[in-house]
Design a protein around this ligand. Sequence first.
Ligand code: KIV
Length: 258
Amino acid sequence: MKHKIQNILKKKNKSKIVCLTAYSKNIAEIVDDHSDIVLVGDSLGSVLYNYNTTRKVTLNMMIEHTKSVRLGVKKSLLVIDLPYNTYRNKSEALKNSKKAIKETKCDAVKVEGGTRVKEIVKHLVKNKISVLGHIGITPQTAKGRFKSKGKNETEKRKLIKDAKDLEQSGAFGIVLECIYSDISKKITKLINIPTIGIGASVNCDGQVLVTDDLIGLNETKFRFVKKFGNIKKNIKSAVIKYKNSVKQKKFPSKKNSY
Ligand code: KIV
């Protein structure tokens, strides 16, 4: 696991880091071959369960999905999102990180927040837990409509401090979510650990997207999402073929029968 993180760190300023989400083994097997990091994000709350907030996602849900993803991930670094209210203080964060790692065999945890969680990150790292940070829009604590960050000087200063504090605390990388491109460029230059952007421009060291969004399985209107495929169409077509075969008594054929 250490060497996987070293390889990711080495990519800074050299080649882009690819990160994708997975919530189950079948998707994990596909993305593993093409990612440096596979993230079991708490976005699964909205993508799979239709929750209006990731705050409803529990640690047990994250653990069960990560166990499934673990079966499909052989080469990438596997990161689990610690969900809301599972890392409110150092001891809670350590207890829950240890439980998540023990039960899922994942390699690292992701926590949302910058300066606010720096002592928690420090404590995890001191206890040999690898941590990916996450700043900008942090859905677990965001209030109201999601608005890009880093527009005014106060926000810019805060983002830079968040990033520096996470680096100092020992995080091995930071997700920058919905941050204006000038400031994500500045942060990426200022810190020595990789930045992984989502809605944070090409200036980051790597990119992350929710796989269900990019394959067209989940409908979303976020500006930062690009559909690279339309898997829903393919699934629909297979399902219709199946339905017609059943109705026409073509399936199951002798070949599919005992
Ligand atoms: O929950 C998630 O999937 C995430 C990524 C979008 C970065 O945090």
